[in-house]
Design a protein around this ligand. Structure first.
Ligand code: SF4
Length: 331
């Protein structure tokens, strides 16, 4: 899968780098001074690189933990996100990463220890409920066999019960989780769109059924789960598609272990939207009834609020309101 690995000089001897390189002995391995030389290079084609992305092993120097956008929350007042990786194995047409980065290569920041120090400092300084989100600039689990992200970060949060970790994913890489004792302050959150939409737009991702199988196995083991219906994608029969999706997902979840459900509209910053439109001139999604408002592209207000209200009502037929966290920024 990975044919080329770039290695920043300053992490060349990091144990995590050595472990990853040992796993891929047949790759072309190229040393570089700074990952930005490769990742931020001008005139790169995201689409061409996406066919065969390289892995870049790098060191992150600052911005380990950042405040989460205001609407990105599942009940706490203090919310942060952190990204051990940039870019994703999957290829969702609506993904903002394609508009945000010039390159499709995967950057893995191997200095997990620095992330952990910052996370622990934030936890110690906080006197509120505090939540941390992973999976903002990547899929948290998709590259788990390579990154060993969970192996490192789960024990950190297991120690700090007042902080909650959300691991957001579409992946079925759950082996580490099945081999680990669950703990209360960790939520495994799967994103869903209806099966027809996922098949059309979420390229290379596990099917909705396979994600549900993963959830079932993890709930049997005792893990808490979140469901993320984000982004909501319009189609002429969205009501029946989403009703079926809510029935399938919410009915099979053990209510005791269902931590939260979120709902978010499709929206992209204008600049990212324009890049995606240029990248996929024939993509139906970008020819949908969209409009710009406050620098963001999304569905026209009427469609958006009709869809949102329909989905909210459907979801609340299945779960109590205190587990529901709609993303309000677009209404
Ligand atoms: S799974 Fe998430 S991060 Fe990965 S391509 Fe899809 S939307 Fe982007």
């Amino acid at each position: 899968m990975i044919e080329t690995i770039y290695i920043e000089d300053q992490v060349a001897n990091h144990p995590r780098t050595r472990e990853i390189l040992a796993r891929f002995p047949d790759t072309t391995q190229i040393h570089c001074e700074r990952y930005a030389e490769i990742f931020n290079r001008k005139a790169q084609s995201f689409r061409l690189q996406k066919k065969q992305p390289a892995l870049i092993l790098a060191k992150k120097h600052k911005g380990f933990v950042l405040p989460a956008p205001e609407t990105y929350n599942i009940g706490a007042k203090e919310n942060y996100y952190f990204s051990h990786m940039m870019n994703c194995l999957y290829d969702c047409r609506y993904c903002f990463l394609q508009g945000m980065y010039r390159s499709a290569h995967y950057v893995l920041f191997v200095n997990y220890e620095d992330f952990a120090t910052t996370i622990e400092n934030k936890i110690q300084k906080s006197n509120k409920e505090i939540h941390f989100f992973s999976g903002y600039d990547c899929d948290s689990l998709a590259l788990e066999p390579v990154t060993k992200f969970l192996e490192y970060f789960l024990p950190i949060f297991r120690k700090h019960r007042k902080a909650l970790l959300e691991i957001r994913t579409k992946s079925t890489q759950i082996r580490t989780l099945l081999n680990t004792e669950p703990f209360e302050n960790c939520v495994l959150a799967w994103s869903f769109t209806p099966a027809e939409i996922a098949a059309a737009l979420e390229h290379k991702t596990p099917s909705v059924d396979r994600r549900l199988e993963a959830i079932t196995k993890l709930q049997e083991k005792g893990w808490r789960v979140g469901l993320r219906f984000d982004p909501l994608i319009y189609s002429s029969n969205y009501q029946s598609q989403y009703r079926r999706l809510f029935d399938d997902t919410l009915q099979m979840c053990n209510p005791e272990l269902l931590h939260s459900v979120t709902l978010g509209s499709f929206r992209l910053p204008k600049g990212y939207f324009k890049s995606l439109q240029k990248m996929y001139p024939n993509e139906r999604l970008f020819a949908s009834p969209l409009e710009e408002s406050n620098g963001m592209f999304g569905y026209k207000a009427k469609i958006q609020s009709e869809m949102f209200n329909f989905c909210r009502e459907e979801i609340l037929n299945h779960i109590p309101e205190e587990k529901f966290f709609p993303c309000h920024d677009v209404l």
